[in-house]
Design a protein around this ligand. Sequence first.
Ligand code: ADP
Length: 380
Amino acid sequence: MPVTKDDVLAALAEVEAPDGRPLPKTGALSEIVASDGKVFFSITVDAAVVQAWEEVRKVAEKVVKAMPGVSSVMVALTAERKGGAPAPAARPPQGAPSGRPAHTHGGQAQGPAGVPGVTSIIAVASGKGGVGKSTTAINLALGLRDLGMKVGVLDADIYGPSLPKLLAIREKPETVNGNRLKPIQRYGLTVMSIGFLVEEETPMIWRGPMVMSALTQMLREVEWGTLDVMVVDMPPGTGDAQLTMAQQVPLKGAVIVSTPQDLALIDARRGIAMFKRVNVPVLGIVENMSTFICPNCGTRHDIFGHGGARHEAERFGVPFLGEVPLDMAIRETSDAGLPIVATQPDGPHAAAYRAIAANVRDQLGPGGPSKAAPRIVVDS
Ligand code: ADP
């Protein structure tokens, strides 16, 4: 019998909060996700008492881990400031601080700590969904791999994880050393997604703090090993959740994916503005679905008004990283979990992604992103 949410709650009743109350009675527990032997939840407490709760988190994790039918558990402790946004993850940051200057949030100087062993973390983002962000992220990662880099991909799209589909991954990550998770290897990439932990059909109800704790866990409690670059597939859009993520992940830079339509470009501008707000350099813009080559006659059709992204990039002083055509082969491979850079490495599309990857690598350069922060105008 698979373990259910109620089983987990019953087991947690024996875990005591610092004031002696059973944990489920404290109101600190998030929604519990229990699926296929994997259990995931968070405990949200006031930032002032977080130290006292670390022991509770550990005990909760131990108790659930010991339940029959549970193969892995992730319990996050999140500190919430009263009446405000969630504070950064409660556990002490590991590793060296990132190279980027600390920014301020809520009047306090803070910069997210780096992930040990990972040289550069870059975000792939888009102002809105459906522009091909995830397809670009995975093929860019493969392009960077082809340049000889050791690459990881973190699917941070908590609401709609796409890595399981993009890479046709159905296996579950194993737990190592207690509660750390072993990422999955595919096409030479080291990959992790919340989608590996919960079933696709499992409705996920994420409260704000839980999103951040899930992300923190996937960054810091996964055995990423040594990576030259980690590509983070961000959730689409530029809302609060995205802003918080951009702020909490120690990013070296961000790649913005846009289609050439004007509307998407306005969204892309919002994306650029969002990263600027949190002092993350924009490495450049990728124009996806830029042209359509008719498979019958070979004629090129600029159905979306080709060149928009290049023009906008110039206008904002942000590098233009390259373009990817709208092509059935990209759609089919992407949707079948066979990314085109890995499965058709000699074709023109793989070459386009590799060219983009080379530009990204150059932007990251030995000294990191070189361009000064662009001037942003957001039309709303
Ligand atoms: P997002 O992450 O922005 O929501 P996806 O990467 O999931 O976008 O892509 C949305 C859809 O568009 C998918 O079906 C994908 O296969 C398709 N797609 C993405 N890029 C291209 C492209 N260059 N040509 C054709 N189809 C594409």
